[in-house]
Write a protein of this length. Structure first.
Lengths: 59, 239
């Protein structure tokens, strides 16, 4: 347990080091999720609009 | 050049690249983070804060790399009018902005304990802040016009003119006095950094680059789907 707290403490600079890593993780993961969600959303919309076009051209 | 500008061919190549880029990204982040946080020694001057370097430097390099790619793609978009070129630049901008924010924020978190200040208005820090504004300006401009082509043209011009900032950032630590340390990896006389620190740094750079490739592919696919969506919607309105 002592080695874990030394690790987290980072020689007294834990606040700076972990904030830096946490912020980088937050931005990268956020970017990845936002990119994926937007792709799925756009592809679903495209499929729906294509389905409408197929229906209207059938009439 | 023209062969890669075909959207269908791009999608084919991108889908084939995706699992490899993703796998390499996971591998590089896994081993890179382990080495950065546990497997590398503290610095003899900076102690444990040197571990911030393993995300600060890759973010800075990728911020510059992404901008350079964006400027080249914008040039290709203006000269050859390739739709894929401008979509790639548009897709890259938010990723580059993210890298730049990471670079600035981790730099602050490193500067406070080591320099005694969160921020100084010197050439290196200021030119990187300008880089962030170039990314944000590009993103605002490309969506600012009712006619998408006008927005694309204006934003592409901004990206090309802003490329002047890239060498300024790179050489700012040599041209002006600064608190920021000079280059220690890419030097004429070889890297001035111990292999125990150089390896985790290089692996983290690979991880960040693979992250760029993976998210860029996802975002270009989104832009292509959005362009097709607009086309179908317009054809529906006409009929």
């Amino acid at each position: 347990m002592e080695s874990l707290s030394t690790f987290l403490d980072m020689g007294g600079y834990g606040g700076f080091v972990w904030s830096a890593y946490g912020l980088a993780a937050f931005i990268l993961i956020g970017l990845a999720i936002q990119s994926l969600v937007t792709l799925k959303h756009t592809e679903t919309m495209l499929q729906q609009v294509r389905a409408i076009r197929r229906e209207t051209s059938d009439e | 050049m023209h062969r890669f500008a075909n959207p269908n061919r791009f999608l084919k190549i991108a889908d084939r690249m995706m699992p490899w880029a993703f796998g390499l990204m996971v591998l590089a982040f896994g081993s890179g983070l382990y080495l950065a946080l546990l497997g590398s020694p503290p610095d003899y001057q900076q102690g444990e804060t040197v571990r911030i370097m393993y995300i600060h430097v890759p973010a800075a390099w990728m911020a510059l790399f992404t901008y350079t790619t964006m400027a080249i793609a914008s040039g290709a978009a203006l000269i050859w009018k390739h739709p894929l070129a401008v979509l790639s630049a548009k897709a890259a901008a938010p990723i580059g902005a993210g890298f730049t924010i990471i670079c600035l924020a981790t730099g602050s978190l490193w500067g406070k304990p080591m320099w005694g200040t969160w921020w100084v208005w010197d050439a290196r820090l200021t030119s990187v802040l300008v880089l962030l504004f170039l990314y944000l300006g590009y993103m605002a401009l490309i969506n600012a016009f009712d006619n998408p082509e006008r927005g694309q043209k204006a934003a592409s011009l901004l990206a090309i003119v802003g490329a002047v900032n890239v060498p300024i950032i790179k050489y700012s630590v040599d041209w002006w006095n600064t608190l920021h340390q000079p280059a220690s990896v890419v030097r004429l006389d070889g890297p001035a950094i111990h292999p125990d620190m150089l390896w985790p740094l290089l692996i983290m750079i690979v991880a960040f680059k693979m992250f760029l490739i993976v998210t860029l592919i996802i975002r270009i696919k989104t832009e292509l789907a959005a362009a097709r969506l607009r086309n179908v919607q317009m054809s529906l309105q006409d009929s």
